[in-house]
Write a protein that binds this ligand. Structure first.
Ligand SMILES: [Zn+2]
Length: 473
């Protein structure tokens, strides 16, 4: 038994670190700030300088691009191995999660550089890391660069200095593998009815026919390695990114140019501490998969299993869903039965024209959809209350309604009060006002029990959490 343990320990030292070990070590490796969206160019430079001071000789700043507004874009080089890997993050300025994980990863490599796990990466791989390709966009927390170009659609024309920098570096280094690191809309499900997507993956194709080549087979295997790492911690929360071949996009072009590219999109993993949990998950995914490249273990995975990863499913996850409420929707219509979905947007804005304000996003039969929180509204009457101003909280709302004697009220009088508010008092996708929730009380009166303010439920009603919230760390 003792011999077995000694042998196991010995083997353990030579093997890649386990998922749980990587997860556990992250707090001690962490150098990144608490809020990913608060990290701007100056903050990034500062952390890089701290890492250089803490770990002399670990990496060099091998190349520096210049953004459209003249911010320096560092590309870090480390390791001495024959396999070259290029990782670039935040080509979309409002997508910082992987940037933070890369900084933590650098610190981990520095802390452990004398140990076999880090040694294997540093002696088998040469890593090129661009932590923040679009500092001008990051400064504004926006997707595009200062020219208002989407750098990820500029791979052919190369009108952006950031795109030219990335292309020049690729052509000079000729890396075997690329990591294209992004955030996606957090409101996606992993397969129909599945949990919220924490990480979406794409083995980026190199042609319209989506041909399987040695390069795309490699990134399918790498995607499966990441799925295994992430799936151990966040079961079911890994999906395949839903996008066709796009010649002018960088990932697709990289693959076509000979650097087979894995797209990693960070989604959401709702619950307290979400942003840090997603950085931690990226840390595990990046470090674990680099380790699998370094020891070659990912090449034993069956690439055909890639097709079994569930697809991203869009427009089916909301922040809050009210189920089976009677809705008095305005326009003097009689109440009718609906589900109501609300979304509270986060700091990721993406490229859609979607509202930055919390709002109703859907009205109707939403049996296919899920909410991070849901409320059974079977005995509730819901109605919009857009005037005069959105109250600050539940107390202010009650005060405003008490002044009109609407805390406990007959239904006809309530509906008449609603009608008096005019056409603005209509619940439809995009509606940003309050939604009041009444329950039938004593003597046939309706009593105000709760409301939705800025997409959040207030008052006395208890929502049920759908089983898709993260467990506490
Ligand atoms: Zn992106």
């Amino acid at each position: 038994m003792l011999l077995f343990l000694a042998l196991a320990t010995c083997l353990g030292a030579a093997e890649s670190p386990s998922t749980q070990a990587l997860w556990a070590v992250w707090p001690s490796a962490r150098v990144s700030p608490a809020d990913p969206w608060a990290l701007k160019h100056a903050g990034l430079r500062k952390v890089i300088a701290q890492l250089q001071a803490a770990h002399p000789g670990l990496f060099s700043i091998e190349a520096e691009g210049l953004s459209a507004e003249g911010r320096k874009i560092p590309a870090l080089r480390l390791g001495t191995g024959p396999t070259k890997v290029l990782l670039w993050s935040q080509m979309h300025g409002d997508e910082p999660t992987a940037t933070l994980a890369l900084l933590d990863l650098l610190n981990w490599l520095g802390q452990h550089r004398a140990e076999p796990e880090a040694q294997r990466i540093l002696s088998n791989l040469t890593l090129w890391i661009i932590p923040m390709l679009n500092p001008d966009g990051a400064e504004r927390t926006q997707r595009r660069n200062a020219q208002e170009l989407d750098i990820n659609r500029d791979a052919l024309r190369l009108s952006s200095p950031e795109g030219r920098f990335l292309k020049d570096l690729r052509d000079r280094v000729q890396p075997l593998i690329g990591y294209n690191l992004h955030n996606q809309n957090p409101d996606l499900l992993a397969g129909k009815g599945g949990p919220q997507v924490a990480i979406a993956l794409l083995s980026v194709p190199g042609d319209e026919a989506l041909s399987e080549t040695p390069g795309t087979r490699r990134t399918k295997q790498l995607a499966l390695a990441v799925k295994r790492l992430v799936g151990d911690l966040a079961p079911g929360r890994v999906s395949r990114y839903d996008m066709d071949y796009t010649a002018r996009a960088f990932g697709d072009s990289m693959t076509r140019w000979g650097t087979s590219t894995l797209l990693i999109e960070t989604g959401g993993w709702a619950g307290p501490g979400e942003a840090a949990r997603l950085v931690r998950l990226n840390f595990v995914a990046l470090l674990g998969s680099l380790s699998a490249i370094a020891d070659g273990s990912y090449t034993s995975l069956d690439a055909s299993a890639y097709a079994q990863i569930p697809m991203n499913v869009r427009e089916s996850l909301s922040s809050l869903v009210l189920r089976r409420v009677r809705l008095a929707s305005g326009r003097a219509l009689p109440p009718f039965l609906v589900d109501l979905a609300f979304v509270v947007p986060g700091p990721f804005a993406g490229d859609s024209q979607r509202r930055r304000e919390p709002s109703v996003v859907e009205v109707g039969d939403l049996a296919h959809a899920r909410g991070l929180l849901e409320l059974d509204g079977a005995d509730l009457l819901a109605l919009p209350w857009p005037q005069p101003e959105l109250p600050a909280d539940w107390g202010a709302l009650r005060t405003a309604l008490a002044a009109q004697d609407l805390l406990s009220v007959d239904e006809p009088r309530l509906l008449a009060a609603l009608e008096a508010l005019g056409p603005k008092a209509t619940v439809r996708p995009g509606y940003t006002g309050a939604v009041l929730l009444y329950r039938k009380g004593k003597a046939g009166k309706l009593d105000l029990e709760g409301a939705v303010l800025r997409g959040r439920l207030v008052g006395h009603l208890m929502p049920t959490a759908a089983p898709i919230l993260a467990p506490p760390d």
